[in-house]
Design a protein around this ligand. Structure first.
Ligand code: SAM
Length: 279
């Protein structure tokens, strides 16, 4: 059965599209021009349909007088889909190849700095923290470990900060890790242990327009740049290259490609898992 919302024919007027993007930038600080325009239109269509709105103009009127819709639009645009140990095979290579090499190369320098850029609700940086903790074991205390998760979405960052997950979100976690790194709360949810949370910091940061960051041993930026225009992807990959220490590692999403000049600067470690090293 077709419902009413599905039957609405969207009128995508370009002038109205430009106006809507300006409103989105002003009201929710989301810089639409840097995202793939086809992707953006698909995401907007979701909200237009949900509001039974047939044009950008109609939708703009709704947006201007409805705070709740602003929030829903933001959620739709940011695409926060993630999970602990998303693509476990990538984490496997990270733990078996990257971590041993990284720790060996550190020698007496016991500082390890990792950045999860576009960290959503924290599942990615927490997965990284679990692996670092497992790898270093009892030596963890000898290291100064900092794992920073950044995102443009404040709501996601709040969730990340709490580190609380429902059991169904923990399907990829085996019992040993669950017992070791999580505490069961009274309401049946699980919280990442204090011991692990101490290794992490979460910060608001827009990778497109925010201040440049430096001094990392590893940067994860997965399933974020896929939504950006190629020119911006190329610029960001160079930024990540510059943000890494010499010999540092860059981990991308499995469907992303290292385009532009950074492609020649990085050394592939595992192309299938999209792991690269700064020469
Ligand atoms: C699909 S999630 C990816 C989460 C995680 N990296 C993973 O692979 O599972 C994309 C995240 O990127 C964030 N994001 C989008 N644009 C961003 C930007 N310009 N700067 C920082 N984060 C951004 C979104 O808010 C969202 O939380």
């Amino acid at each position: 059965m077709t419902n009413f919302a599905d039957s609405i024919v969207l009128h995508e007027d370009e002038k109205e599209f430009v106006e809507l993007k300006a409103i989105i930038k002003k009201k929710i600080g989301f810089n639409c021009d840097q995202y793939k325009q086809a992707h953006l239109k698909r995401r907007l269509a979701v909200r237009l349909r949900a509001n039974q709105s047939g044009s950008y103009k109609e939708y703009m009127d709704i947006l201007m007088r409805n705070e709740a819709e602003l929030q829903k639009l933001k959620d739709t645009l940011t695409v926060n889909v993630t999970e602990l140990f998303r693509n476990p095979e990538t984490y496997e290579v990270f733990s078996k190849t990257v971590l041993p090499e990284l720790v060996k190369s550190k020698g007496d320098d016991k500082t390890i700095k990792i950045w999860s850029a576009g960290c959503s609700n924290g599942e990615e940086p927490y997965s990284i923290a679990i692996l670092v903790r497992e790898f270093l074991g009892g030596l963890t205390k000898r290291y100064s470990i900092s794992i920073i998760g950044t995102d443009i979405d404040e709501d996601s960052l709040k969730k990340a900060q709490n580190g609380i997950f429902q059991l169904k979100q923990l399907e990829k976690i085996n019992k040993e890790r669950l017992d070791k790194f999580f505490t069961r709360k009274d309401d049946g949810n699980f919280q990442i242990s204090e011991d692990l949370r101490r290794l992490l910091k979460f910060r608001h940061h827009d990778m497109i327009s925010g201040p440049r960051m430096f001094g990392f041993d590893v940067i994860f930026c997965r399933n974020v740049t896929i939504y950006f225009e190629q020119e911006l992807q190329e610029k960001l990959y160079l930024n990540f290259y510059n943000a890494l220490n010499k010999g540092g590692y860059f981990v991308m999403g499995k469907t992303e490609t290292l385009v532009g000049p950074a492609g020649d600067l990085f050394e592939p470690v595992d192309v299938r898992e999209r792991i690269y090293q700064k020469r």
